[in-house]
Design a protein around this ligand. Sequence first.
Ligand SMILES: *[C@@H]1O[C@H](CO)[C@@H](O)[C@H](O)[C@H]1NC(C)=O
Ligand SMILES: *[C@@H]1O[C@H](CO)[C@@H](O)[C@H](O)[C@H]1NC(C)=O
Ligand SMILES: *[C@@H]1O[C@H](CO)[C@@H](O)[C@H](O)[C@H]1NC(C)=O
Length: 375
Amino acid sequence: MKFYIILILISFTFGFLKEVVSNPTPRPFEAIFNFGDSLSDTGNFLASGAILFPVIGKLPYGETFFQHATGRCSDGRLVIDFIAEAYGLPYLQPYLKVTKDHQKIYNGVNFAVAGATALDVEFFIQEGLAKLLWTNDSLNIQLGWFKKLKPSLCTTKQDCDSYFKKSLFVVGEIGGNDYNYAAFAGNISDLQATVPLVVEEITKTITELIAEGAVELLVPGNLPIGCSAVYLTLFRSKNIEDYDKNGCLKAFNGFAKYHNKQLNLALETLRQKNPHARIIYANYFGAANRFFHAPRHYGFTNGASRACCGGGGPYNFNNSARCGHSNSKACADPTTYANWDGIHLTEAAYRHIAKGLIEGPFTNPPLNPSLFKIA
Ligand SMILES: *[C@@H]1O[C@H](CO)[C@@H](O)[C@H](O)[C@H]1NC(C)=O
Ligand SMILES: *[C@@H]1O[C@H](CO)[C@@H](O)[C@H](O)[C@H]1NC(C)=O
Ligand SMILES: *[C@@H]1O[C@H](CO)[C@@H](O)[C@H](O)[C@H]1NC(C)=O
């Protein structure tokens, strides 16, 4: 009887060792390359000077996780940071800060810049909005950075193909600012006319990345912008019909949905043209809408639309007293707010969005299973 148990134990142990030695859980991705705006910038805008938004270079930005400002537009980690963690990869270095040291860039690089647009500056010059742009580092400029960096990542076509096959390319969220600049300038008369141009630019970028060897691409859509403190403040209405049951502005959520629908149609065409690629839509709208619908369920006891850090007003967003300015202050516990500074979300909110992408059901088709769960 005793002998029997020992035998079982031995085979159990050896079975386990064999598992580990001959079949270590392969890392789903070796690298992540990210393109986008402030929703995923990990330091490029700050590295470029942050002239038009210098407050992101100091606390309370970064207070929750990094304990210092990193250039992330939040109190802590962003969706892209949680994705990197889940796949067992280091946080992405901002392109404008990396040295071309192969060791440091092997696991990926971040090209996103806060304030960046999908469309180039020429479009905004035409529209008379160029002066509002925080940055000219549009999606096309970011793609140019990737191409410039490529020779230090891999050399032969075969080498690049095999490396990029094991890489995740994240394209977006991008385009939100193309609409924000026009809306914040008070011109919402023709916002929808910009959508096909933005979607075309995203499509062009994905096509070029696939030509460079990208196989797995994650493409996020827009957030429910009608629920954000900045839109709720600037477009405050006396007409209760303008609000949905979550207290969000119907027109702007409808607009975000319109962008997402057009983006999805374009992705479907791209999938047909590139059957070997996996083009995954990330439904940021759906993932975030959960906590706008039921904030308390996600720990947002102070609601999901009111900003944690700001200078007062019904949504704690005041454009002349923004987060980081001396006449504003941050809340005591950012985990009880989904909105960080009126425009951007808290780490707690980004964590829930990332969970919705990695664990489902907000990616289509689903992302590769992650190595680690998001706590
Ligand atoms: C963007 O480009 C325009 C026109 O080329 C220039 O006037 C402006 O200063 C640039 N803005 C930034 C933030 O670099
Ligand atoms: C508003 O935007 C439209 C289209 O983007 C543009 O044609 C128009 O000139 C703008 N109006 C003003 C007052 O800026
Ligand atoms: C916004 O901030 C400015 C500057 O501190 C202040 O004068 C104004 O009263 C504030 N507005 C609201 C609605 O709190």
